[in-house]
Design a protein around this ligand. Structure first.
Ligand code: 6R9
Length: 649
């Protein structure tokens, strides 16, 4: 493997922080020293500094029953109070918490005082519907302020939310409702997406249609104004009910380890895992990372994370991190290209967004349609850019910095997972010298290593499996209802070390490069190749907009590299006139080595992606191996696979 990833690991570009940026930066190099000297003391300090504890904790970590961690467990706090009331009490009630932008162009700015008032009413409403601490509430909403209000109201009364992404089907919703035994579903009539209203209430009705369920009520926010069916006694309009309840609500303190939410994520088997997060540790790391990784100055910054609240990124970096830190943020309902391909950049100009956090897949699709769209807007307010969700190839990193960041903004590539709850590996702007394509270094207080299959740490310029070697505050506390699966999935491979499922590599400087999920690692003629690395090489070619690579079974080589490539719009003519597959094969050969040269290159117009933008390589592998395509229900657009297959035959 070591020869074949030279392409990535010999990335020579470096970007040191500017003096001006470093002088005003929130994070300093001293954080690393403090954390190295006393890791638990460091986290205890962060927690006391960043949060309000109703009852201060005296114990930082209880790790007597691994892998079941307890953080700050004799302390008590209220998560919603930390995100709301205390900012108002500190005199910041007039600060905007949310600049909400609806897809059709309607908008609403909500101050911390207003958001606090809304959440208090919603908390009273939940209580009036019989929701108590510990009860589960399913939330199935579009990206509207009520999504944030509902999550915080659930947290405020000590109940547990399970947010189900609005793009999931009725069937997925039902299995999540059943698994968590939710008593209440909060949904909307519909939400706006791609210029149309997509119905949500219909899906809830379909989900609850068959057989007894634990759901007692369905609260429906009016948003899409679309027709909905109504089950008397069960269904209630949010707006009507909110108008009836008391405006006052005193936040009660709950133990630090009180469950805060369950979030389902896919594993290697078919059944989604309900990842469980609790309160004090989660909020500590959410607030710490949001403040330090994004260099947040809450009095002056406008922050925007483009993730949906249905994903962990939306939980930690739309709801809990920014609000715990008293940030002003943008919340956008719709898609990036509606009604025009510059919509995101228009929003950045409108609200003078200074910190922007998105996914590589979005960046690459913007690269595909060209820089003329962002260039129509004034993006000069941006000063920090973030990336999350998959490895960002150096090509996309440079485009992001040059075209969106005006050639000067730091980019933080943040590695973490639903399970880790918050960012684990990332540069710190103002401190770290940036390296395009690398997630770089563990955050202060986070212990990461890369091990070989036998569990032995690898050295510089070597690859292996990423592990977390010490418990961390926002770690998952388990899989809902399935402690055995929790142990089996994450803690059986390397004992007391958390196995993340990602391949990684140290470069010559000892910095970390993520190489994709280990299930995406190919073995070609006994050589290990990473899908990410070949994709990166393909995307570096001037013809290529996007690429996905899979390892397909091959009689002679074990696995063979099969690539699916999208050609840039402005290169289509050139592509017509040459043998694209031969050209790209030669290019990969040059960039990485003959071993990485794809056996097959298929030119396609779209790639199969989940709603959160992850390429579903499993489906492409089915195509590459001539099998019937497997389960496509989690695709953002289920028609993509038929269009790809039509292209190939
Ligand atoms: C936050 C989130 C987790 C998986 C993770 C890894 C991949 C996330 C990454 C990254 C390389 C990054 N991943 N961030 N890979 N560089 N900066 O995405 O959570 O949806 O649970 O996915 O995403 O493979 O294991 P989740």
């Amino acid at each position: 493997m070591s020869n074949t990833i030279d392409n990535l690991l010999h990335e020579a570009r470096r970007f040191a922080p500017s003096e001006e940026f470093a002088a005003n930066a929130v994070a300093t190099a001293e954080l690393y020293e403090r954390a190295a000297a006393d890791r638990l003391g460091f986290w205890a300090d962060q927690s006391r500094d960043l949060l309000h504890w109703h009852t201060p904790f005296t114990r930082t970590l209880d790790w007597t029953n691994p892998p079941f961690a307890k953080w700050f467990d004799d302390g008590e706090l209220n998560v919603a109070y930390n995100c709301l009331d205390r900012h108002v009490l500190a005199g910041n009630g007039d600060r905007v918490a949310i600049h909400w932008e609806g897809e059709p162009g309607d908008s609403r700015s909500i101050t911390y005082a207003e958001l606090t008032a809304e959440v208090k009413k919603a908390a009273n409403l939940l209580t009036s519907l019989g929701i108590h601490a510990g009860d589960r509430v399913a939330i199935y909403l579009p990206m509207i302020p009520e999504a944030v209000i509902a999550m915080l109201a659930v947290a405020r009364i000590g109940a547990v939310h399970s947010v189900v992404f609005g793009g999931f089907s009725a069937e997925s919703l039902r299995s999540r409702i059943d698994d968590a035994e939710a008593k209440l579903v909060i949904t909307a009539d519909g939400g706006w997406r791609k210029g149309r209203v997509f119905p949500l209430k219909d899906a809830v009705d379909a989900a609850l249609a068959n057989g007894e369920s634990t759901v007692e009520h369905v609260l429906v926010v009016k948003r899409g104004e679309n027709e909905v069916a109504w089950t008397e006694g069960r269904d209630l309009w949010w707006q009507d009910e909110i108008a009836l309840v008391d405006a006052d609500h005193v936040a009660k303190a709950f133990p630090a380890e009180n469950p805060l939410f369950i979030l389902y994520t896919s594993g290697t088997t078919g059944k989604p895992k309900g990842i469980l997060h609790t309160s004090g540790g989660y909020l500590t790391q959410a607030a710490f990372t949001h403040k330090n990784v994004f260099d947040l100055h809450p009095e002056s910054d406008v922050y925007w994370c483009s993730a949906d609240v249905g994903w962990i990124t939306g939980h930690t970096y739309v709801v809990y991190g920014p609000l715990a830190n008293g940030a002003t943020q943008v919340l956008y309902e719709g898609t990036p290209e509606t009604p025009h391909p510059g919509r995101w950049w228009e929003i950045i100009e409108k609200y003078k967004v200074s910190i922007f956090y998105t996914a590589p897949t979005a960046i690459r699709s913007f690269m595909k349609i060209g820089r003329q769209h962002p260039q129509k807007f004034d993006l000069s307010s941006l000063r920090v850019l973030g990336s999350v969700g998959e490895p960002i190839n150096p090509e996309a990193w440079m485009w992001y910095r040059d075209v969106i960041g005006g050639g000067s903004t730091p980019i933080v590539d943040t590695w973490w997972q639903t399970e880790t709850g918050a960012i684990m590996v990332s540069a710190l702007p103002g401190v770290t010298t940036l390296k395009p394509g690398s997630a770089q270094v563990p955050l202060p207080g986070i212990s990461i290593d890369i091990l070989d299959e036998a569990g032995v740490p690898v050295g510089k310029d070597q690859g292996g499996l990423l592990v977390v070697t010490e418990p961390w505050p926002s770690m998952l506390r388990g899989i809902w209802g399935d402690p055995d699966r929790f142990i089996e999935t994450y803690w059986s491979k390397f004992g007391d070390k958390y196995f993340a499922g990602d391949g990684a590599r140290y470069d010559m400087d000892g910095e970390i490069w993520l190489m994709g999920r280990v299930d995406d690692v190919m073995n070609v003629s006994g050589h290990r190749l990473s899908t990410a690395e070949i994709e990166s090489a393909l995307v570096a070619h001037p013809l290529t907009a996007e690429a996905a690579v899979v390892g397909a079974a091959d009689e002679t080589t074990g696995q063979a590299v099969v690539a699916f490539v999208i050609i840039k719009q402005n290169q289509l003519e050139t592509a017509e006139s040459i043998d694209v597959a031969a050209e790209l094969r030669k290019h990969v050969s040059q960039q990485i080595g003959a071993i990485a040269r794809p056996r097959d290159i298929f030119i396609v117009t779209e790639l199969p992606k989940t709603r959160s933008g992850k390429i579903m390589r499993r489906l492409l592998r089915d195509v590459a191996e001539g099998r019937e395509v497997g389960d496509t229900t989690t695709l953002a657009d289920t028609a993509v696979m038929s269009s790809i297959q039509a292209k190939l035959t």
